[in-house]
Ligand binder design. Structure first.
Ligand code: ADP
Length: 501
């Protein structure tokens, strides 16, 4: 049967789009060029709104506002408790507008509305509160010097930060970056992805209502090679925090190196392995593997895109996986029964389909899916797709597809599983399903990746640092590690006694 729910006719109202301009120095303004770009509803391909297209000159204005706010404004000079108070208010305002914010991300990115409302948007408020709680606990250490000196460290805000955000988690990833930067006392320029500018502008409005001073949080909507590149090569931006593809991450680092050597942190792609051992509960394992790749339509950097199943239960897991994939409901992301919405845009949709064609040509076996799904002839929907018998050398196993496409393989021994799991240029996350503590411990310590999930997947928390090994990038978001990257450490040294040193 078809798992495309085409009986549902979207009746949820698209929210009125209130904010379409750049947010600079506390005001919504047109771009200097007056240009705009379209943001598209991936359910239909229709235009939702036209958004101000920022370019280099607009970035210059935004950086100038952020620079002034940092060098002369109150934000970095407030006691941490005052920043915390305002951040808490910002979080409350988000809670009061959960439905509208969730709807903006659904219409802009094709994300599930029910998930946004229940999880994603409430979580960004909780991320703000987590870092608000840290804002008045930022301090250095007294050092034990080997000579007769008194020395201590100060932790100071790193300065003007550029945040470049991708389209798959427009709210979550925005707040993983701006919350710790705000707590640290930084000022910032945000560039949301051109596919998903709507919620960031709404958040800017709420930030102002909460009392975040003008110039602290600026949002420049626009394209990567223009607005994004202007931020990463700007001489007056002190640090850049980027989440996106490895190709663009490399460009950002280049631009940073060639301009002012600004501090860079990169959270990039992944090709995360999930290893299922013979002792696993078959139903639980199959469910984890399936959700691991289909959640957010596979548009998630930690997706379990390579699944390794031990030979003893392989056939049973495959059977379960196919059954579950066929029952998975693809359709309008506003429909509460739907589990998978459309891919974010036409470009991603076509890219995923071309990877599927590659997979077939490379000799992997297509178990299920592999085709686009059409809801009334419109929208960027793709069937849950599972390939098996893949080799790590194949393109479908090497590249991050960022879609609902799983590559599945059988393994015999723990050593083989570890070796194959590590055969990737990426190192973002990995999953292990086993009841054997020794196996779990051995594999956790052998996989070169920033997050290991044992008998779970996508278990994120504000307190849990998140980031990559290898070409998945460097630097950590989330947790106190995610705060430290917005802080400089300054050492202050003075002689203990009044003796000349
Ligand atoms: P994806 O390939 O998933 O669309 P990208 O890495 O292209 O992800 O995009 C992530 C973010 O990086 C977006 O906000 C995009 O506009 C921005 N971006 C794209 N190209 C550049 C660039 N050359 N310099 C800076 N930012 C860029």
């Amino acid at each position: 049967g078809s798992h495309c729910d085409d009986s549902f006719v979207s009746s949820v109202k698209i929210p009125t789009i209130k904010f379409t301009k750049l947010f600079i120095n506390g005001e919504f303004v047109d771009s200097i060029s007056g240009k705009t770009f379209e943001t598209i509803d991936p359910r239909t391909g229709d235009v939702i709104a036209r958004i101000a297209e920022g370019d280099k000159e607009d970035v210059d204005l935004a950086v100038k506002a952020a620079r002034d706010a940092f060098d002369h404004g109150p934000w970095p000079r407030f006691p941490g408790s005052e920043r915390a108070r305002i951040m808490m208010k910002f979080a409350d305002l988000i809670d009061q507008n959960v439905e509208e914010l969730a709807a903006l991300d659904t219409v802009d990115a094709g994300k599930l509305f029910s998930m946004g409302k229940a999880v994603d948007i409430p979580n960004v408020a909780s991320t703000l509160r987590y870092y608000a709680g840290a804002a008045d606990k930022i301090h250095g250490e007294v050092l034990k010097m080997s000579r007769e000196f008194h020395a201590y460290t100060l932790r100071e805000p790193i300065g003007v930060v550029g945040h470049i955000i991708p389209w798959n988690y427009p709210s979550t990833l925005l707040f993983l970056k701006i919350s710790p930067a705000l707590a640290a006392g930084c000022t910032m320029v945000v560039k949301p992805a051109e596919q998903t500018p709507l919620s960031a502008l709404y958040y800017a409005h709420l930030a102002k209502l909460a009392g975040i001073p003008d110039g602290v949080l600026n949002v420049v909507t626009g394209f990567g090679p223009t607005a994004g590149a202007a931020i990463s090569s700007h001489m007056d931006v002190d640090a850049i925090s980027f989440t996106g593809s490895s190709e663009v991450g490399r460009k950002v680092m280049h631009a940073a190196a060639e301009s002012n050597l600004k501090v860079v942190s990169l959270e990039l792609g992944g090709k995360s392995p999930l290893i299922i051992f013979d002792d696993a509960d078959i139903d639980v394992a199959a469910q984890l593997a399936l959700v691991g790749i289909l959640f957010n339509k596979g548009e998630i950097c930690v997706a379990s895109s390579r699944v390794y199943v031990q030979e003893g239960i392989y056939d049973e897991v495959v059977k379960k996986l196919v059954e579950k994939a066929k029952a998975w409901v693809v359709g309008d992301p506003f429909d509460p029964k739907v589990q998978q919405g459309p891919q974010v845009d036409k470009k991603q949709f076509e890219k995923i389909l071309s990877y599927i064609e590659h997979g077939k040509r490379e000799g992997a076996t297509l178990l299920t899916g592999g085709k686009p799904l059409e809801l009334g002839g419109k929208g960027y929907y793709i069937e849950p797709t599972i390939f098996t018998d893949f080799k790590e050398e194949m393109l479908i196993a090497k590249d991050e597809i960022f879609g609902p496409v799983m590559a599945l393989a059988k393994f015999k021994t723990i050593d083989e599983a570890i070796e194959r799991a590590n055969k990737t240029k990426f190192g973002l996350a990995a999953g292990i399903v086993t009841k054997d503590l020794n196996v779990a411990n051995t594999v956790s310590r052998s996989i070169r990746a920033g997050t290991i999930w044992i008998n779970c997947y996508f278990a994120f928390d504000n307190d849990c640092p998140f980031g990559g090994y290898k070409m998945s990038g460097f630097g950590r978001d989330s947790g106190l590690e995610g705060l430290n990257k917005y802080l400089h450490v300054k050492s202050v040294v003075t002689p203990l006694y009044n003796t000349p040193w």
